[in-house]
Design a protein around this ligand. Sequence first.
Ligand code: AGP
Length: 607
Amino acid sequence: MCGIVGYIGTDNAAIILERFLKSLEYRGYDSAGIAVYDNIKGQLNIKKTIGTINNLSEEITKNLKGSLGISHTRWATHGKITKENAHPQTSSNNKITIVHNGIVENYLDLKAKMIAKGYTFTSETDSEVIANLIDSHLDKNDINEALKIVLSEITGSSTIVGISSEDPNSIFVLKKGNSGGLVISENEKGEKIISSDPSIISDFASSYRYLVDSEIAILSSNTTNFVQEASKPESRLINITANTMINDDSVYQFKMEEEIFSQKKALERLISKKDSLIFKKLDNSKIEFKKVERILIIGMGSSFHAGLLGSSYFEAVSSIKSETINASEFIETKKVIGPEDLVIGVTQSGETAETIKGLEFAKIKEAQTIAVVEKDTSQASIISDTTINISSGPEFAVASTKTFTSSVVSLLLMSIKIAEKRNIVIKNLKELLENIGMLPSKVGSILSDISSIKSLSRKLHNQEHILYLGRGLLYPIALEGALKMKEVCYIHAEAYTAGEMKHGVNALIGDDMPSIVLAPKGSTHAKMLSTVNEITAREGRVIGLVSEKDLEITPLLSEHLTIESYHPLVDPILFVLPLQLISLYCSLRLKINPDRPRNLAKTVTVE
Ligand code: AGP
């Protein structure tokens, strides 16, 4: 989603901004722009492009001179992907230039007021409204006051970084709401970087300070003045530690591939350090577990699917009522939420707007909150009572893989600790822990023999539609498999609980609709056998993921993969691996870049 970078220093700003914007590319964008102040000519030069930052390379080297600038990667929300809608956006008199991440929810009202005052608009964006709005207050106020007024006038969540022509040697920054991060950082040479993503500045400085709701600051080469500052600013100063979980010597062509194959290592790390990463973290947290009567999990996409498994773990292991709700529906469902609820936001990025909104809502209702994230300093972490780090290392491919499995395992481990905290005796705990302990090696063995998965992909990549069917804990895995297929192959894939088939979905069965059934041995096996029989009786083609030596279902299948089964709570994690790989290899056959699927962004900071 949109990315922001600003620079004040002594070097060529455009070249530095280009470098940092490139590190933001993984978040997804469709247009980009840079504004650099040329203090010799006394003018602000703006260059924009649709497509990638590479299109600006020539302009950057030839036409953008100066050592202060702001830049942006845009993922279209308001208005098409055009140069006019790309950022920076300027006020109609060119006095205010801004880049913006977020949504101004009342932009139509504000735009009408601006038009009535004589302002003109050249883009369809809500962001251009901000530039004009700031300018409209400058006749009676200085920039500090103007920014304060604008912060109170706009609704929704926004981070804004801009330059005023009255003080072009400074950059102003403001933050409204909690969605979308913004950090400022200074290195020992005195250069300053402003960024929407702290992970990109690890080579630049040793620390950064993040902004919270309603903060406004003005930065120049010598000073950083907070016009509005929330209390305890020292707590928002973060030391950057080198990320040892980034693999610089990757042998893989694509990040998604690298991330799928890194799951053994990621889970090894999480499980071997579970005492410090999960158990002690919950022990030392301020959450009052005895007070909790219900655990509500919220998340989007893969994190929502991980949450669905999490709820089953909290019910089965911790004997506590639990439900997972799609974060975008959490507030709409008008649930009665109170201090006896624990709301867990699962979000690898920690920046997903809907999940942040849900956590904020939970806080208003006085529920206790935990963020399950990959990034400790993310917005979700900042606003939650406690953070659990899934410790998978950063994920760059748009399609989540390792963060999904690490989130699921984190939730399973949390369910064990929460049971203990509530004095619940877990039946067969030793066996459960042993199976969790064996998980990395089982993951390793699935990932080490992928020939049959590749050959299945050969048969599936030309399909237009695929059904994914699961029951019980395998249903969230079916959802996750279908999501991967949609995301990186653009194949219409739908997941259903197998029980739904007779209630309508069977009408879809035909030549062009194969079904992938997830049918491990155990309590759901007999019913899954019936489902498979019912599909094949209607001439449907069924591909199965089955446990070893399944002599009942296997003969009915056109193709099958075997996953050794060990434990009903742990096995679903194994079943997702072939589904991730099938999507990856179908994607490569279809000549789609799996890391950058069309229309999608890695980090979704707007609702
Ligand atoms: C998963 O493959 C997707 N890229 C997407 O659904 C993602 O899981 C969702 O946007 C939530 O992201 P988060 O975990 O960063 O909150």
